[in-house]
Design a protein around this ligand. Sequence first.
Ligand SMILES: [Fe+2]
Length: 226
Amino acid sequence: MHSHLLPGLDDGVQTLEDSIDLITQFSKLGYQKLITTPHIMSDFYRNDKDSITNGLLEVKDAIKKKDLNIELEAAAEYYLDEVLMSKVQNGESLLTLRDKLLLFETNFLTEPFQLKEFIFNATTKGYKLVLAHPERYQYLIGDINKAEDLRNRGVLFQINIPSIVGAYSRPIQKFAQQLISKGWVDFLGSDCHNQMQMDILKDATKDKYFVKATNLALMNQSLIAL
Ligand SMILES: [Fe+2]
């Protein structure tokens, strides 16, 4: 429910060939369905419903031709910026994982000044927010109280599988492990952009904390039968 597999739309996969190659590997790992989530970020990745739908149709067509047994859908990973704030405020329709389940990310270093306002506004509009990779934000790492505050505000947490095995950094890994130990994980996602991350994903299945995370009451399964 978090990956970058539509060719040329963001910093993820760049060619249709690579897209199909990675999707084939997901299928072999046992994944039944992928909801891929191109970045929508007003400064860098100006994707919208049209660009994402077109990319999805292209890849779905190739999946069909290859006879791959995997379902593909698309949503988006929204970056919290002024554009997203106003889209929510104006009631514009957004690309969600399922009805009203919205995946978003923030600045990696400092807490965005409008974070709490965004959570309030989006929740008021009926969205259920899913924070992408909370373990990767500098302003959250090690601050378990701040993480708890976000959860108390109704924000769901999606942990990146590569974080669990230390693919980004040791502090990120430790914080991911801490969130898993607390049971504060609602979704596991690959955040897969490329082959290197796919290789990490394959190795992660043996990891103790990965296994622990998969035994939590995750909501990934709720996205299968839609
Ligand atoms: Fe991502």
